[in-house]
Design a protein around this ligand. Structure first.
Ligand SMILES: Cc1cc2nc3c(=O)[nH]c(=O)nc-3n(C[C@H](O)[C@H](O)[C@H](O)COP(=O)(O)O)c2cc1C
Length: 325
């Protein structure tokens, strides 16, 4: 019995842990500083890039993916499009810039994206999706992984999607087990993920609602054999989460404060005006509440701060108070 426990515990150290792409949150500044203070994560997924004709990117998106802004990080750029030509053109550029893997977004549920038939909207157009996949996998120089939801309206759609994905050399299939219409509501369908473990011929990665080390333990109990995990909101809210899961020593408050300081300085340089930097930092704090590390009053106090000085003072205070919040 003891031996089993030990093997399981050892396994948690060799699992793969990824940072999810969060558009507007996990930009290159955030990814780089996270890596320095709390990393490494096994992969960092770059939030979606939306190529125009010829695979062209906006200045902001290009900066996010530039090799020199991602040096030393295992970064995977993600592409959001329904045009096989634009996907291929951008994949060629990314390959030239040094990337070996790109990720296809079949999960974004935002109305503006879905109404254009992109992201999770592509899951509604099964025949077109097949055509699209045929074309992007044909002659691709880079490896292509997919981040998907389990269907548009009905979890039962996942069977057909898995069969479809099985027809391509998908590098890795990241599954957020909710449908498009569920958005982020309700519990993830773990039964759908278990189905994927049985039916998919691709390496699988689980994503969704992992906010604490206990959440991971529960998931591993329900889905034994899960090997790869992707973290979004939980990791932003608690950057120490990966080391907590692996049973490593938790980074103390001072590391967290240094990280906060470094973010403020880096965003000052990137965004300029104090009010933009403050808005950015406050946005990051909204995720802290989801991890149970800070109570509502703590979050509200931080949201009420009017300058970066006040903000940093409040952070220091809350770090001291966190345990009792
Ligand atoms: C603000 C925000 C931005 C997101 N941007 C992206 C994105 O660019 N690409 C993507 O595939 N998913 C995106 N997602 C979804 C996350 O990657 C992830 O799938 C989702 O948050 C569920 O995982 P979590 O429960 O660990 O947060 C975004 C989610 C949020 C909250």
């Amino acid at each position: 019995m003891r031996k089993t426990v030990k093997i399981v515990d050892e396994r948690i150290k060799t699992m793969m842990y990824y940072m999810a792409p969060l558009e507007g949150v996990t930009d290159f500044v955030y990814r780089g500083l996270f890596d320095r203070y709390f990393g490494p994560a096994d992969k960092y997924f770059i939030p979606f890039l939306t190529p125009a004709e010829g695979g062209k990117l906006s200045r902001r998106q290009k900066a996010d993916v530039l090799w020199e802004n991602n040096e030393g990080l295992a970064s995977v750029p993600q592409i959001l499009t329904n045009s096989p030509e634009e996907f291929a053109a951008l994949a060629v550029r990314l390959h030239k810039w040094g990337y070996r893997e790109v990720n296809l977004n079949l999960g974004c549920p935002s109305r503006t994206v879905v109404s254009k038939g992109k992201g999770a909207g592509l899951l509604r157009e099964r025949e077109y999706l097949r055509e699209f996949l045929d074309r992007i996998f044909d002659k691709a120089d880079v490896e292509i992984s997919i981040k998907t939801r389990i269907g548009a309206e009905d979890p039962e759609e996942f069977d057909m999607l898995l069969e479809l994905y099985n027809q391509y050399p998908v590098k890795e299939l990241i599954v957020h087990p909710r449908t498009l219409t569920e958005y982020y509501k309700g519990a993830p369908h773990l039964d759908a993920y278990i189905k994927a473990m049985k039916k998919s011929r691709h390496p699988l990665c689980y994503n969704g609602d992992l906010f604490t080390a206990e959440d991971v333990q529960r998931l591993r109990k329900k889905c034994p054999g899960v090997e790869r995990l992707m973290f979004g909101r939980g990791l932003i809210g608690n950057p120490s989460l990966l080391s907590e899961i692996k049973g490593e020593r938790k980074a103390g408050p001072s590391v967290y404060l240094e990280f906060q300081n470094a973010l403020v300085e880096a965003y000052r340089e990137k965004l300029g005006k104090e009010k933009y930097v403050l808005a950015k930092m406050k946005e990051l704090w909204t995720y802290r509440g989801m991890t149970g590390l800070l109570g509502r009053t703590g979050i509200e106090r931080i949201q009420r701060t009017r300058s970066l000085k006040e903000y940093m003072e409040e952070i220091k205070r809350s770090e001291g108070e966190e345990v009792n919040a």
